[in-house]
Design a protein around this ligand. Structure first.
Ligand SMILES: [Cu+2]
Length: 486
């Protein structure tokens, strides 16, 4: 990884101090009388499938929770931040008895799962009203990839607000990747990255105060609901981190002091071989699995979030609070790594799993991402000059075909493009071939750039969506309906 130079160190130290001051000011005014209000429910944090069935009750509600070492009132699944982790295997049935005790309509999206977009499965067109229940049920295909998937609300118009309230949890599919000996031997950790903005009483800030156009970012970053948690690494051993960016809009550019990451899986599952990287950029919605070798001096190392500029609306164009660019020029410390007791030296796997090349398709479609003004609506975010409408089919494809989609960002901000139901491979960025194959469900399309992806539409017909995973942009129109036809 890159060495941090002296100037960056000073910036880092200053940023750390500033964050601490702001955070203590923000958290101080939580009164003790609120601590007993609506206690969090004490339910398991992990639910595993048993005899081919994963069955749970899941309740979305506003709860008092511990966020870092303070009290906050967030939107939760089963009273937990992050939501309980679900684990299943290919071939398992998943049954979720879902109750909406929020004050808004909601639903569940099973992000990254290759399951039907219809009925009681990954159906984002459902609207579950306040007080209503719905029984989700689907089967994970027996040939489904192992990987780090997740669940979160996807009721159009409320997605950003509900994610920002905390509604997100991991959904792990265990399979072939987990059986590779070197990976099996590694210590496994799950990192759910979220950011929050709450007022002095620990209550969520209303969206009116948020930078909706740029995409709201919280002042407090948490990993698994903690601020700057410590992870232990077995000395000379290896750790496997499974990282989810569950933030509404924030990008994370992760770097671990003096340690490279060995990337072994992206959103759709395993790579063909580990890829050494010094930094890991994760946009909202993206996941990555990395191995870290604890092969240096025992001690403490910091996991840093390096600056990243994802673009912003100009002041002249928008004006007002919250329309400004983000303060993205400083690094922050997200976690601390501590070497533990010595174990025997671990080695990296040489090979992972196969990724077949997809046939070059005849059908190439173009999707232009941009924004504009709509009469009566103000700023809207557009795909091919259109804002999302729920009764319009934007794209029709045939089941069991492969297509190339060329996604062109002509706007002033970066947009992570997400497709439901089917994984895809990135073919090229600005005409440059992708260096290694990978299965993905979310790809960053930086401003001014063009990304070509290749998608096999397999197994499931029905309507679903593609959209920007800066969820404020999605709610403000940057989504389209895809009809997959038999
Ligand atoms: Cu966007």
């Amino acid at each position: 990884m890159k060495k941090i130079n002296r100037r960056q160190f000073i910036t880092l130290a200053a940023a750390g101090a500033g964050t601490a001051v702001a955070a203590s000011w923000m958290w101080e005014r939580v009164s003790s009388s609120q601590l007993s209000a609506k206690p969090a429910i004490d339910l398991p944090k992990l639910h595993k499938s048993n005899n081919g069935l994963l069955e749970i009750n899941l309740e979305a509600s506003n709860r008092a929770v511990k966020l870092g070492d303070k009290q906050a009132y967030l939107l939760t699944y089963n009273g937990q931040i992050p939501a309980p982790r679900l684990e299943a295997k290919p071939g398992d049935t998943v049954r979720i008895h879902f109750t909406n005790n929020l004050s808004q309509p909601t639903n569940l999206h099973y992000h990254g799962l290759h399951i039907p977009p219809t009925g009681k499965a990954d159906n984002v067109f459902l609207s579950i009203e306040p007080g209503e229940s719905f029984n989700y049920e689907f089967t994970i295909p027996s040939n489904h990839s192992a990987g780090t998937f997740w669940y979160h609300p996807h009721r159009h118009g409320f997605v950003a607000e509900q994610l920002f309230g905390g509604l997100a949890g991991l959904l792990i599919v265990r399979g072939e990747l987990d059986e590779i000996p070197e990976i099996k031997a590694a210590k496994e950790e799950f990192l759910v990255l979220q950011d929050f903005t709450v007022d002095g009483e620990g209550r969520l800030m209303s969206s009116a105060h948020m930078s909706i156009m740029t995409g709201r970012e919280g002042d407090v970053i948490t990993i698994n609901g903690d601020r700057n948690p410590t992870f232990s690494l077995p000395d000379k051993g290896m750790v496997r981190w499974r990282i989810l960016n569950a933030s509404t809009s924030r990008f994370y550019r992760l770097s671990l002091e003096t340690h490279p990451f060995y990337l072994i899986a992206t959103e759709g599952g395993a790579l063909t071989a580990p890829v050494e990287i010094s930094e890991l950029l994760l946009t909202p919605g993206q996941r990555a699995e990395v191995l870290i070798k604890a092969d240096q001096k025992p001690g403490k190392y910091r996991l840093l979030n390096l600056p990243y500029n994802r673009g912003a609306m100009g002041m002249g164009m928008m004006g007002g609070r919250g329309m400004m660019g983000r303060n993205n020029d400083t690094s922050t410390v997200l976690a601390t790594i501590n070497y533990g007791t010595a174990v025997k030296s671990a080695s990296l796997p040489k090979k992972l799993l196969k990724i077949p090349a997809l046939p070059k398709p005849k059908q190439v479609r173009r999707f232009e991402l941009n924004h504009g003004m709509a009469p009566g609506m103000g700023m809207v975010f557009l795909i091919n000059s259109q804002a999302y409408e729920n009764d319009r089919i934007d794209t029709q494809v045939k089941l069991n075909t492969v297509e190339d989609w060329e996604i062109i960002n002509t706007g002033v901000m970066d947009h992570p493009f997400h497709l439901h139901v089917n994984h895809f491979q990135v073919i090229s960025r600005n005409g440059q071939p992708e260096p290694y194959p990978a299965w993905k469900d979310t790809v960053l399309v930086p401003r001014g750039e063009t990304v070509r992806i290749r998608i096999p539409f397999r197994d499931f017909a029905g309507n679903t969506v593609y959209h920007c995973h800066i969820l404020d942009h999605e709610d403000l129109g940057m989504m389209g309906t895809l009809a997959i036809q038999e």
